[in-house]
Design a protein around this ligand. Sequence first.
Ligand SMILES: [Zn+2]
Length: 359
Amino acid sequence: MHKNKPKGPTPDIIRALPKVELHRHLEGAFRLETLLDLARKRNLVDLPLDDVEAFRRVVQMTEHDLPDFLTFLSKFRADWYSTLDDPRRVAYEAVVDAAKENIMYFEMRFSPEHYARKSGFAIEAVIESVIEGARQAADETGIVIAFLVTLGREKLDADEMKRYIKVCQPYLEHGVVGIDLAGDESHYPAELFTSVFKGLYERTGFKSTIHAGEARGPESVVTAVRDLDAHRIGHGVRTIEDEAAMELILERKTLLEQCLTSNLQTGTVQTLKKHPFPKFYKYGVRVTLNSDDPQIQQSDLNDDYTHATHLYGLGIEDLRTINRYSLEGAFQPEDVRQTLIARYDARFDAALRESEPAR
Ligand SMILES: [Zn+2]
């Protein structure tokens, strides 16, 4: 009897497929045991260092947490780091873990300010440590990586952000390809940062992605695209609420970096079934699947693919289309994008052939 067999690709096939990750924060991708190790090394006695499950409840979303944006943000602490080996280690491990999920191209975003704030590290030293750790893992695993620098809305004002971007400038040649605006959208709307992002690419060569339409409505997406020149939007969930906002992102072919589990845990959507992802996809919006903060969420990218196939009826070729959108929106020169797309298709076809008997 196959009556209850779920439709669509199985979790095994999903795991085997190559995937593209455009929206994952390093600060939300630390292994729990590494965090505990760093906390013990630094003797953070306000944390339950002898009780893993109690520690987990502080730094990850668990069944004890109600879905809420600010609760989610409260899981990010910045006082873990003793030496520059620590950001190097977490970057290395995050890339190894991404490769295990069969991610073949990974734009890893990180906030240098997060690592520097309580440790006193120089921003340049943080950026170099993260790049070194991630590159080592990329060399070992074959994953292709690039970096986005995240600027936190509640941590830096517009002038400080401009200074940060200047510090980042030399790293454009070392794989830092874009700037991300993140953090508390509810209290710090995008328009506060227009002078930072407007014309950024022309001035600096950095492309931009802006968290918008997550904690605020569709007007936030319109501002990010029209006034801040965002190349991509982080989440953009609430774009669906306004026809003009939908027309704008369709016309500009703006890519939405969607993160299903994150949206559920932040309370952006009530249930995954109600998530607008399938509507966006049907309308031809360039939607993509990404994990956001897998360790905070206790999920990975394969979980989000499984939700999307089971809940929205996506088939295997839809997953190829979504990853094609991701690669077309990757912050890379056109020739690199085309090479990645060809490599993606070859690996996708190979994964399908190998899974043939199981399908
Ligand atoms: Zn994010």
